[in-house]
Design a protein around this ligand. Structure first.
Ligand SMILES: [Zn+2]
Length: 634
């Protein structure tokens, strides 16, 4: 749907949210950083004056869209002309936005770039308003007529997915009058989430604790994620007690805000004639609900593997009884390696060799031609993301500090960027944007290749152990924690569907029950104290209905694809698995996500890909236990 010209960027923002990267200490002023470590935005616009001119030009073209109104069904050519104008504007607005937001991210303090970004956002809103009639008008057309148009007009070929996507909504679209009421209701249904945001970000009196290091830390959600990984157990206890104590104090209010959001999800599902909020949410990406429920069943079935990991973690931390408070300190210790940006680039290019010469050459060229903004500087936006402009190339923002995690982030974002580059090269603009459901496959696959490569290269046992531990901790966070969230999310929606009361207290009881089952509390694997029950309350993702499961499914898909590529490389049996995968990347958004993955050899409607992820996790633990046994006998 090109209704918003900022889709790829919006996705990246959501991803940055989850990684919750701790704010890095700013190293330098941007002016002190050599140009070869900066992205080259002049390929988008020579200067700000050129941007302003392009903005004015796009703004002047917006009203012309209305000339097509009421005429989409006139002829195949009329439909093509309208879509052509729509997508040309969409591309221009994306370009304007990416430039403005990238400039603003370089120094978030600077007012000038921030104003550019606001101007681009305003234009995006105007574009949304000027084009909002197009999809409803397509939906109102007879589907057979639209398909006959496509047969008659070859220039409509790039718009096939867009048109099919619109027509798919036909059974869930209401009369014009009802749609108007729904649009008005949209102003009310966000109240729960809005109140949650204000409470969490502004009003809640977050506690301050004094750590054994002498540091006084105010524990809000961002600093909590930093200090919960404290190496001192007593500090972790203090941090968990104080943070969840504060959350618990507002359990009833958080319950009310989440209840309001859940009821909004149910309202939207009902009026649009979906069987459930789950179905309504997954319909947007055309993903069957069975994939969601199967993921939960697969993870539940694999809890013994998860418990094996938890026991190994207890052993490595040297604690007799593992507790939920002991999950965030690295199980081995940080990977004690450091890298210069140029070294990191070379390492990723080495690591991605299983993807073939062309892939590596294209990325090398990208690294050399201004795709990447590497280094942190004062005022620069925190975290990392990848975006891009069709007809130009991908752009990626990093805050590279030379640690292993930074290397891993470079691999991750380069995975997104190469996905973008390959899709740009192979697809027309309307199908160049890949769906969210497959986005994290390319990034996590490259992380897996990096891990293989680093493990193969690591000579000393301490580094090997740290790499293995880092990998396992990542799997815990992505595969098990996100699915545990997904299961809770499904359960609370079902509660609302059944008309059962949703209070903060009830949510806490339910949450604790699920977490205890996952962590083997009753079997003595990991102790989950009562205070953990309130954890659900501060997690923002429950307000985006059914989003987080995609982190787990992406990892499942990339594990299966990586296993296939690894296997054929080891056996020397050709490059079929690799070629299928690269073809999927190049296919961009030309198909629906489940079909894209099927083409890459991964059938997400079965449990097979999941087995590959669990096998990889077990192999990592086998390797670790072997190393530990050897250390013991020394
Ligand atoms: Zn990502």
């Amino acid at each position: 749907m090109p209704a918003r010209p900022v889709r790829r960027t919006a996705l990246s923002l959501a991803l940055v949210l989850l990684s919750a990267a701790p704010r890095s200490a700013a190293a330098a002023e941007r002016s002190e950083i050599p140009d070869r470590y900066k992205w080259n935005l002049s390929e988008l616009y020579a200067d700000e004056a050129a941007w302003q001119k392009a903005r004015a030009d796009a703004a002047a073209r917006l009203p012309s869209l209305s000339a097509f109104r009421g005429h989409l069904g006139d002829s195949p050519e009329a439909l093509w002309k309208a879509l052509d104008a729509l997508f040309a504007l969409d591309l221009d607005l994306t370009r304007l936005y990416v430039y403005a937001s990238a400039r603003s991210d370089e120094d978030t303090r600077a007012a000038g770039p921030r104003e550019l970004k606001q101007a681009a956002q305003r234009l995006g809103v105007d574009f949304g308003a000027a084009s909002s009639w197009i999809r409803p008008e397509i939906i109102s057309l007879d589907a057979e007529r639209v398909r006959a148009f496509q047969k008659a007009e070859p220039r409509l070929a790039p718009y096939r997915v867009y048109l099919e996507e619109a027509l798919r909504w036909k059974p869930h679209t209401l009369s014009a009058a009802e749609e108007n009421i729904l649009a008005e209701a949209g102003n009310l249904t966000g109240a729960g989430q809005a109140a949650y945001g204000i409470l969490k970000d502004a009003d809640l009196p977050w506690p301050t604790v004094k750590l054994s290091t002498g540091v006084e830390a105010r524990l809000d959600p961002a600093t909590f994620s930093l200090h919960r990984a404290s190496p001192a157990r007593a500090d972790r206890d203090l941090v968990f007690q104080a943070f969840f104590g504060a959350v618990k104090g507002f359990e009833r209010t958080f319950g009310t805000t989440l209840d309001a959001a859940l009821k909004a999800h149910l309202f939207n599902a009902k009026v649009r004639r979906f069987a459930s909020p789950l179905e309504a949410s997954l319909f947007r990406n055309n993903v069957p609900t069975s994939i969601y429920t199967q993921l939960i069943a697969d993870v539940r079935r694999s809890l013994p593997t998860f418990h094996r990991y938890l026991k190994l973690r207890a052993r490595l931390l040297g604690v007799e009884k593992l507790r939920y408070q002991d999950l965030y300190v690295p199980m081995v210790g940080a990977v004690d390696l450091s890298f210069k940006p140029d070294e990191a680039r070379d390492i990723t290019l080495e690591a991605f060799r299983p993807l073939g010469k062309d892939y590596v050459a294209a990325l090398r060229k990208g690294y050399q031609s201004g795709w990447t903004d590497y280094l942190p500087s004062t005022g620069k936006r925190a975290g990392a993301y990848s975006t891009g402009v069709y007809g130009v190339h991908p752009y990626q923002l990093l805050n590279f500090n030379g640690k292993y995690d930074d290397l891993s982030t470079l691999a991750h974002e380069s995975g997104h960027s190469m996905h973008t580059a390959l899709a740009f090269a192979a697809q027309p603009y309307p199908t160049s944007d890949y769906p969210i459901f497959v986005a994290e496959v390319a990034s996590t696959l490259n992380e897996a290749l990096l891990f293989d490569h680093m493990l193969g290269k690591a000579k000393d046992e301490a580094t090997r152990l740290a790499l293995l531990g880092n990998r396992l901790d990542g799997l815990r966070g992505t595969l098990f924690r996100q699915t545990q969230f997904a299961e809770f999310e499904l359960a609370v929606h079902q509660r609302v569907e059944k008309g059962e009361p949703v209070t903060g207290e009830a949510l806490s009881r339910l949450y604790l029950e699920i977490v205890r089952a996952y962590y083997g509390h009753d079997q003595g694997v990991c102790q989950v104290e009562d205070l953990i029950a309130a954890e659900w309350a501060y997690v923002p993702h429950f307000y985006y209905d059914f989003y987080v499961f995609q982190y787990a499914t992406s990892l499942v898909a990339s594990s299966a694809i990586a296993a296939g590529i690894r296997e054929e490389a080891r056996r020397g049996t050709g490059t079929a698995a690799r070629d299928r995968y690269l073809a999927m990347l190049a296919a961009g958004g030309s198909k629906f996500p489940v079909d894209l993955l099927k083409d890459a050899g991964v059938d997400m409607t079965t449990s097979r890909p999941f087995e590959a992820a669990i096998a990889a996790m077990n192999a990592t633990m086998d390797e670790m236990e072997k190393l530990l046994a050897r250390q013991k006998t020394k």
